[in-house]
Ligand binder design. Sequence first.
Ligand SMILES: C[S@@+](CC[C@H](N)C(=O)[O-])C[C@H]1O[C@@H](n2cnc3c(N)ncnc32)[C@H](O)[C@@H]1O
Length: 218
Amino acid sequence: MSSPTEPANHYFSVDPHAPSEERTVEVLLADLAFTIRTDSGVFSHGKVDAGTHLLLAQEADLPESGDLLDLGCGAGVIAVTLAQRSPGARVWAVDVNRRARDLCAKNAAALGLNNVVVTAPEDVPADLRFAGIWSNPPIRIGKDAVHDLLDRWLWRIQPDGHIWLVVSKHLGADSLQRWMNERGARTERMTSKASYRIIRAQIDSDAWRVNGDPQSAR
Ligand SMILES: C[S@@+](CC[C@H](N)C(=O)[O-])C[C@H]1O[C@@H](n2cnc3c(N)ncnc32)[C@H](O)[C@@H]1O
């Protein structure tokens, strides 16, 4: 974390200090090809992260409608991919980083997508439940902070919906999966490739336990 004397320039800073330096990146998937803009101070400047690419290359049943979540959207590559693949769904792209949100909104607009809602996490309606959740979670914020983040969001999946996460093996993918199971999720490792794990999870209604209590009772 930045101290008051240090410039805030993590990809998860609320307002990164690094001067903006936009770069365009080509995104090539089996079914889609498009470009997005990336920027300094936003995760994966000048490229598509290899883990994110693996997640997007994964064959997944995508809900055709309902609300989908890209948790920690960065420049929005996951959000705009979901929005193109599932034009009848509404995709919520949330991030704490203001520059990331602005970039994600610009990327969605440039692709003519009107089914992406880019917003700060606290502005997502509290009663919304998601038909699907996708994330390359911000592991660098620290284990406890990641657990808090997932505690806040994952139980909001609808009972029949899937959660898709990509996590590096070296950054604790296996322990994160075990922790999710302890919380009450049913997880599967779908892919293990090039040092990344793709984890798919489902949570039965009210089964996400925080300190032994069902999340819904908190
Ligand atoms: C590993 S990056 C993934 C970015 C993008 N989805 C991608 O795959 O390129 C994780 C993102 O989570 C965001 N983030 C960090 N803490 C967050 C929080 N508490 N709520 C929402 N997003 C957060 C970071 O700012 C960062 O953009």
